[in-house]
Write a protein that binds this ligand. Structure first.
Ligand code: KG4
Ligand code: ZN
Length: 334
């Protein structure tokens, strides 16, 4: 049993986040500070700026969630901080802060793998009526990650497929940029797609129909660039792009389910899970397979600290802790 509330810290990319969860997983307090505005004028995340912003923000965010949760640091049952994979500067700030707090108050520390935190999110109690029991199939669709993972148990993850080039969110962002939309472009592209007709622009559907569940988006991006250069209607191009991605993701998910027999649910997470076209396509795949589609609320799909605290609780329950001198890892496959 976990002896007290768990503090979670996330700082692997451009979200600075902190959360406090009760030992049973109930969310006592959570907060996310998104640095999007700091990076927007550069058209992407600037690692050094991100690290500095984490450093400036994190102490206040941690104090804020502990205050709202009415938990003194010494009463925590543990501290869980994302320790990789991600941008090393941010990881050093967040994990360093977490380790310092744990050391000062003699608390157990959990070095959380960010991907594991995404993978375990659907098991948060009370949030998702369907819940998700092991094993389930996870589609992690974000700006930095794009993979199909069979989640078989705590610490038991089988990566079935990944992207050969860009992550799916990255593809959305690059296509959006070609269409003259601001960064991060995913939501803007979705809005524009709503005004277009996907059938007016033929775009490729990379790897569709092939075996396995890898992804590839660079050819699609090139095709978008060509369609723009030819003066195609921007809304039609956006609609065709989104339709192509949705079709490819659905095709890959179908294959991944074949590679994960016994899965009790199809879980989709990451920022791209917000996309209605992608979600609708996946809902159809799940229904055809007779499985529930579990999509955590968007705030828990994108980077957050609730998932980090929850991964910490799962690991603490399993007796898995890490030393106070655990080194952050910019690369850390599941
Ligand atoms: O998970 P996330 O917040 O951050 C990481 O990348 O870790 O995902 C952000 C990505 C961005 O590429 C963004 O453009 C994309 O998710 N995204 C969307 C939508 N909302 C966010 N892509 C397509 N449609 C959306 N509605
Ligand atoms: Zn993430």
């Amino acid at each position: 049993p976990v002896p007290g509330p768990v503090l979670g810290i996330e700082s692997s990319c451009d979200e600075t986040a902190a959360a406090v969860l009760a030992p049973d997983g109930a969310i006592l307090a959570e907060t996310v500070f998104s640095q999007t505005e700091d990076h927007a004028r550069f058209g992407g995340v600037v690692p050094e700026l991100a690290a500095r912003a984490h450093l400036a923000r994190l102490p206040d965010l941690v104090a804020e969630v502990l205050g709202r949760a009415r938990v003194a640091p010494g009463d925590l049952g543990g501290v869980a901080a994302t320790s990789g994979p991600g941008l090393i500067g941010g990881l050093i700030v967040g994990a360093g802060y977490g380790k310092g707090l744990a050391m000062a108050h003699r608390l157990p520390f959990v070095a959380v793998n960010h991907l594991e935190a995404h993978a375990l999110t659907p098991r948060l109690p009370g949030l998702l009526p369907e819940g998700a029991r092991f094993p389930y199939l996870l589609l992690l669709l974000s700006g930095g990650h794009c993979q199909c993972v069979a989640v078989e148990g705590l610490g038991r993850y089988r990566r079935l497929g990944t992207t050969l080039d860009d992550a799916v969110g990255e593809a959305f962002d690059k296509a959006a940029k070609l269409l003259g939309l601001p960064w991060p472009g995913g939501p803007h592209l979705e809005r524009l797609a709503g005004e277009g007709d996907p059938s007016r622009v033929p775009l490729p559907r990379p790897l569709m129909g092939r075996a396995g569940c890898d992804f590839s988006f660079s050819g699609l991006k090139t095709a978008v660039a060509q369609a723009v250069a030819k003066g195609g209607d921007r809304a039609d191009i956006a609609a065709a792009f989104q339709a192509s991605v949705a079709a490819v993701v659905a095709d890959r998910a179908r294959n991944a389910l074949l590679m994960a027999p016994g899965a009790t649910a199809l879980v989709v997470s990451g920022g791209v899970a917000a996309n209605t076209g992608v979600r609708t396509a996946l809902a159809w795949v799940a229904e055809t397979a007779g499985l529930p589609l579990v999509a955590p609320p968007i705030r828990l799909c994108t980077d957050n600290a609730v998932m980090v605290a929850w991964a910490g609780i799962e690991r603490l329950r399993g007796g898995l802790t890490d030393p106070w001198d655990h080194a952050p890892r910019p690369r850390w496959p599941l």
